[in-house]
Design a protein around this ligand. Structure first.
Ligand code: SAH
Ligand code: SF4
Length: 471
């Protein structure tokens, strides 16, 4: 059996795998068609990967369900960035044991960043024997082959690629998008920065940029298909294009994308302050379609901590950059990520983070308590501050930001905002959308507005949410 399978794996084309899986699964399925339940954890990059996984499953004849009991295949696309995210996945995978007991032919697959870590893949092997397929971020494009191997001889399949595997980015994978007017477009994969706290470079490999033509084509067809809000994704979009010939940088890519005609807006994340250029802010200020929103994570406002984090900029450089950006884009909405309680951080150093938050005036913040990650440099640093104390600092930061966000929102009362209507809030019955700066706006309006830009006059601010009236 094994010999035969190995031979097939050598000989089959991608199309053949798709056909074989479709055939086998249509017989194996509990219902009329095979059903997949796909759950994605973590960042937008993972969400975008999840859409490629679902695109491939659709090619293999799968339909989709949210209900695990209805599924013939359950697939978890995991996140490794913090311990909490990992614990949730282990808990949720553990709970599948009972689902599998009730449905022994169920296939359970786990993929994503966690599975690129050797110790996690080992734990999957030993402690979760009911998981059939485990694969990492580098081999998503091999899903048809991996599923074929899983269902053909019943052996468990473990596959983790390495960075060399996808030096050439795989273009043309089918994408089953979750949204009908909001879309994610990956512009680059991986990260070269090795911030000392971060696991991403270990699980997503080195930086690789997609060809600009491929990105421009994808964005153009999204705009033509009626997508209104397109977010470009990369761990450090500001180093986009460094390894491409002819050379191109992120600001130039944005300029080219901005020329695509249509009624749409573009956002991007994440920008790294180390590589952000004045040219980038110039382009945002001059463009027609790029949102006046910049997510520029600074992590800490203290220079010693920034150095220990290996972030590659200082507080002063960050503030200079913000001053230039605000000059070029007066209505710029800024957001950031912050880590509280990095190993060795003192309360005085943490206060530098608070003072930076006050000085910049962010629209919103994503704040995290430091979480040690296996294999990173920071995980080996002495970390004497107890968790309860870090939690107090964290609360202090949240309280400061809440006041800032409320004041920023209050200052918008009376203005007219361009809001992309997204959905009705079932509690208030009002339409909910976001302005270009990513601030939530609620207003009265019909369902036909969903997916359209609406001019809304702001009448009231409630903490970080705005209320308004259609103009
Ligand atoms: N590439 C992005 C960040 C990706 S990870 C950038 O450089 O900005 C998203 C956020 O998770 C980070 O900005 C950081 O604030 C947080 N994060 C990453 N590793 C962490 C860790 N070990 N503990 C706590 N927060 C972490
Ligand atoms: Fe992690 Fe730093 Fe890379 Fe962001 S830039 S993904 S924080 S290593």
């Amino acid at each position: 059996m094994a010999v035969k399978l190995d031979q097939k794996v050598r000989e089959y084309t991608r199309e053949r795998y798709i056909e074989e899986v479709a055939q086998t699964m249509s017989i194996r399925a509990k219902g009329a068609v095979p059903m997949a339940c796909v759950r994605t954890y973590g960042c937008q990059q993972n969400v975008a990967d999840g859409e490629k996984i679902k695109g491939q499953l659709e090619q293999m004849g799968f339909s989709f369900t949210e209900n695990e009991e209805d599924a013939d295949l359950i697939l978890f696309n995991t996140c490794a960035v913090r311990e909490h995210a990992e614990d949730r996945v282990f808990g949720n995978v553990g709970a599948l044991k009972n689902v599998k007991r009730r449905n022994p032919s169920l296939i359970i697959a786990v993929c994503g960043c966690m599975m690129e870590q050797e110790h996690v893949a080992e734990r999957m092997k030993k402690s979760f024997p009911f998981v059939n397929l485990v694969f990492g971020t580098h081999v998503i494009h091999k899903l048809p082959e991996l599923l074929f191997r899983t269902i053909t001889d019943g052996r468990r399949v473990f596959e983790r690629g390495d960075d060399s595997e996808d030096k050439n980015i795989i273009e043309g994978l089918p994408i089953r998008r979750d949204g009908i007017f909001k879309a994610w477009v990956t512009v680059m994969y991986g990260c070269n920065n090795f911030c000392s706290f971060c696991v991403v470079p270990y699980v997503r490999g080195r930086e690789r940029s997609r060809r600009p033509e491929a990105i421009i084509d994808e964005v153009r067809s999204l705009v033509e298909a009626g997508y209104r809000d397109i977010t470009l994704l990369g761990q450090n979009v500001n180093s986009y294009g460094k390894e491409l010939t002819p050379s191109i940088n992120f600001a130039q890519l944005l300029r080219e994308l901005d020329e695509i005609p249509g009624d749409y807006q573009i956002r991007f994340m994440t920008s790294h302050p180390k590589d952000a250029t004045r040219e980038l802010f110039d382009v945002i200020g001059e463009s027609e379609h790029i949102c006046h929103h910049l997510h520029l994570p600074f992590q800490s406002g203290n220079n010693r901590v920034l150095k220990e984090m290996n972030r590659g900029y200082t507080r002063e450089k960050y503030l200079d950059m913000i001053a230039y950006a605000k000059k070029k884009i007066p209505d710029l909405s800024l957001t950031s990520d912050i880590i509280v309680g990095f190993p060795g951080e003192t309360y005085e150093e943490f206060l530098d983070t608070i003072s930076l938050v006050k000085e910049v005036g962010f629209t919103s913040l994503f704040t995290f308590i430091y979480s040690p990650r296996v294999g990173t440099r920071a995980a080996k640093m002495p970390d004497p501050i107890p968790d309860e104390e870090k939690s107090r600092w964290f609360q202090e930061l949240l309280a400061v930001q809440e006041e800032i966000a409320a004041a920023r929102c209050a200052s918008m009362v009376g203005s007219v905002q361009r809001v992309l209507a997204e959905e009705r809030n079932p509690k208030t019955g009002l339409m909910v959308g976001r302005n270009g700066g990513n601030v939530i706006v609620e207003f009265d309006g019909g369902d036909e507005l969903v997916g359209n830009f609406c001019p809304v006059k702001i009448t009231k601010a409630r903490h970080w949410i705005l209320n308004g009236e259609l103009v």
